[in-house]
Design a protein around this ligand. Structure first.
Ligand SMILES: [Zn+2]
Length: 255
């Protein structure tokens, strides 16, 4: 059996290795999270190095090595160059990569996560005016992809049909009056609706509208998304702090 194989995936992280090489961590369609060695990638003019940039979607030919898979060939599928040319987009895409590096399992394919990451990066690569709303959406969708979907239509604890006005991170979404504890925050219907839009997989097109219109509700839904992901994915997301956020909610709340 050949020790070489091809796969398609997303570059999540690159690190220096030795004098001229790089360790490149990819989320591959067939093999999940995979660490590869890209020999000579840091030499000037290296074609492999130029193509294995963070957030690029690539077809790779890999050779099974002892410690790392060794990159033989790389073809660009989606360069996603916009994400490396703009600090705000870089910061936003870095959160997506941090989340995936944390939840993806080495050697295990995960179609849902792969699809979500590609869609999220593609949405960011269109250079939206407010990339932070895409980050918040990704956090809730990634939590759902690994088994922690946020509930907004009914009570997350007892299933009582909603809408409900209590919103809980630990409880997994909205809670009815009976299930909500004393400390559970009450929020307006606009916040619940904003959380639902963020979490609704597939509706990336709805996000710029949410960013423009929902004001303070969206800001609140965004902090909820971060808290939700950090709690359920059990990780403090350091890269999130570098994402530019909208200021404190505008006082002109439309009736
Ligand atoms: Zn309940």
């Amino acid at each position: 059996m050949s020790r070489s194989y091809r796969d398609r995936g997303v570059v999540l992280r690159t690190q220096r290795l030795g004098e001229a090489d790089r360790i490149v961590t990819l989320l591959l369609e067939g093999r999940g999270l995979t660490r590869t060695a890209a020999k000579g990638a840091r030499r000037p003019g290296s074609r492999i190095g130029a193509r294995l940039e963070p957030f690029a979607v690539v077809d790779v030919e890999l050779h099974r090595g002892r410690t790392f898979e060794v990159v033989r060939q790389v073809e660009t599928v989606e360069a996603n160059a916009a994400l490396r040319a703009d600090d705000r987009l870089w910061a936003a895409a870095s959160v997506l990569a941090e989340v995936v590096l944390h939840v993806a399992v080495e050697g295990e394919r995960d179609h849902g996560l792969q699809r979500l990451l590609r869609a999220g990066l593609a949405a960011l690569a269109t250079a939206p005016a407010e990339p932070d709303v895409f980050v918040d959406a990704f956090l809730l969708r990634a939590a759902s992809a690994v088994g922690f979907p946020v509930r907004t239509g009914s009570c997350a604890r007892c299933d009582a049909p909603g809408p409900h006005a209590h919103l809980s991170v630990v409880g997994g979404g909205t809670l009815c009056g009976d299930c909500a504890g004393e400390g559970t925050q009450r929020v307006g219907a606009g916040v619940v609706a904003a959380v639902r839009t963020l979490a609704d997989d597939g509706a990336w097109q709805a996000l710029p509208g949410l960013a423009r219109e929902a004001g303070p509700d969206r800001v609140r839904a965004g902090s909820y998304a971060r808290a939700y992901a950090e709690h359920h994915l059990d990780r403090r997301l350091r890269s999130y702090d570098a994402v530019e956020r909208p200021g404190p909610g505008s006082p002109e709340v439309r009736e």
